[in-house]
Design a protein around this ligand. Structure first.
Ligand SMILES: Cc1ncc(COP(=O)(O)O)c(C=O)c1O
Length: 465
């Protein structure tokens, strides 16, 4: 390992027959006598057993959907399940990525907190909606996607035993991100409209019971996670709702992690909780995603915005987890933020997505399938209570044992060739009933794909009672 180094010479000249072989550069002082090791150390019974944090018992929803898709007689299936885009980022972002690859410094490590140009572009792009001049050096940090950004936030603040509140349904990654540093989760359900099975209603009708929320808070509670616009409900939390949540967070002295990755896609007025008062800014980490903003989920560029006393510890955890994030795509994201306002991209993106949503949902109206009309984002929850699943339908056991939405999902893939996501995956078992008649569709797909999906979904007519 260190050719020519005195220790290397010493070790190669004097092999160590009576010692367990350790790395060659280990000082002889630390070698363990072989006989002692062999007599006291029993071999591990199960060295390949994975750590509990990665060893889920149940098959996850993504692999069930993929398995169903592969086995479906209708090929190829139309995949409206996962929230990835069916089209490319805007040309200015693609060009910037290509140019970045030609620059030496863009192919090397970036500063751990992110490239200065990207932090500045984000501070400039977000200062107007934050109503303050954000300091790019202290109030912005770059992460490897929003997901790793949130992991870093929990790693930065959660100790074993600390509690974190999340609303159900939740973005599934929150769970492991909170549990990895040893946090305990308290779940508070969003309540759907009571007549969701018979009436299309705005996503705002999924509501919070504030007493239920406050009773989930105790002296161990350290953080609360909000998500607006919400995945999968499509709810944009109103100013009044955020004020009430904010009051509770101030009263109980909680950190707020506000996941706003769909912040450019809102169809009703959108409020950031961090902007409601200086007290709320001081306790809020706002999370964003260049992947969601620029149709580039594979770029893995995310960011957090907040006060210095919170951001510096998120950045500290991120340094331990990934060191720094992908350089050329940070540079490209910087150019994309610089260009987006100038080119009217945000407006265009919002209008385009809203149109996709409206056109796609026409098929539910046609079929008399009620849905939760999204106020933001690109997911829609359709209530399929009226779809009658044949009694003797051959669901495989791992689907038959899950709530009804998993069966609906399997059935749709096999009978009409359209994949959607069963939202009970975003619930604890205790509350899964709330969503078992719904399926989640992602509309961030090309228009021809949406049209094919609509045509296929019309095939459900004969199962609707
Ligand atoms: C609510 C929510 N937060 C965070 C993320 C993750 O964003 P990123 O791809 O930037 O990690 C997603 C992705 O689907 C999401 O839906």
């Amino acid at each position: 390992m260190f050719p020519g180094h005195p220790i290397s010479k010493l070790i190669s000249k004097h092999p160590t027959p009576s010692y367990t072989r350790l790395p060659r550069y280990t000082s002889p002082r630390f070698r363990i006598p072989r006989a002692r090791t062999m007599s006291t150390t029993a071999p591990r019974a199960d060295p390949f057993r994975p750590a509990r944090r990665v060893a889920g018992q149940r098959q996850d929803v993504w692999s069930i959907v993929n398995e169903a898709a592969a086995a479906s007689p209708v090929q190829p299936i139309v995949n409206m399940g996962q929230g990835f885009f069916g089209y490319n980022p805007p040309q200015f972002a693609i060009d910037a990525a290509k140019e970045a690859l030609d620059r030496v410094e863009c192919n090397q490590y970036s500063p751990t907190k992110g490239r200065p140009r990207l932090k500045k572009a984000i501070a400039d792009a977000f200062s107007p909606s934050f109503g303050r001049t954000l300091n790019p050096e202290t109030e912005v940090t770059i992460t490897t996607g929003a997901n790793e950004g949130m992991l870093s936030a929990f790693m930065g603040f959660i100790e074993p035993g600390d509690e974190v509140i999340i609303f159900e349904p939740f973005f599934d990654q929150y769970i492991s991100n909170i549990e990895m540093p040893g946090g305990t989760i308290r779940y508070v359900p969003l309540h759907p409209p009571k007549d969701g099975a018979t009436r299309t209603s705005p996503a705002s009708e999924w509501t919070i019971d504030y007493q239920e929320l406050e009773s989930a808070i105790n002296p161990k509670t350290k953080m609360i996670v909000l998500n607006s616009p919400h995945n999968p409900v499509g709810k944009v939390f109103s100013r009044e709702e955020l004020e009430k949540i904010g009051e509770l967070c101030i009263k109980h002295n909680l950190i707020i992690l506000s996941d706003e990755v769909y912040d450019r896609l809102y169809y009703v007025p959108f409020t950031r909780i961090a902007t409601l008062s200086p007290e709320l800014y001081e306790r809020t980490l706002t999370v964003g995603s260049a992947g969601k903003a620029f149709y580039a989920t594979g770029w893995r560029v995310g960011y957090l915005i907040g006060p210095e006393h919170l951001i510096k510890y998120v950045a500290g955890a991120h340094t331990r987890i990934c060191y720094s994030s992908v350089s050329p795509l940070q540079e490209a994201a910087a150019v994309a933020f610089e260009q987006a306002d100038k080119t009217g991209f945000w407006e265009e993106s919002r209008t385009e997505m809203r149109n996709k949503m409206e056109r796609f949902c026409e098929v539910f109206t046609e079929l008399n399938i009620p849905y939760s009309d999204p106020e933001g984002g690109y997911f829609v929850l359709a209530n399929m209570a009226s779809v009658k699943l044949p009694e003797d339908y051959p669901f495989p056991p791992h689907v038959a044992s899950r709530p009804r939405d998993f069966k609906l999902c399997w059935f749709l893939i096999h009978e009409v060739g359209v994949a959607a996501i069963p939202p009970t995956e975003f619930y604890t078992d205790a509350n899964a009933r709330i969503a078992e008649d719904y399926l989640r569709f992602a509309v961030c797909k090309n228009d021809d794909v949406l049209e094919t999906a609509k045509e296929r979904l019309r095939g459900l007519k004969k199962y609707i009672v």
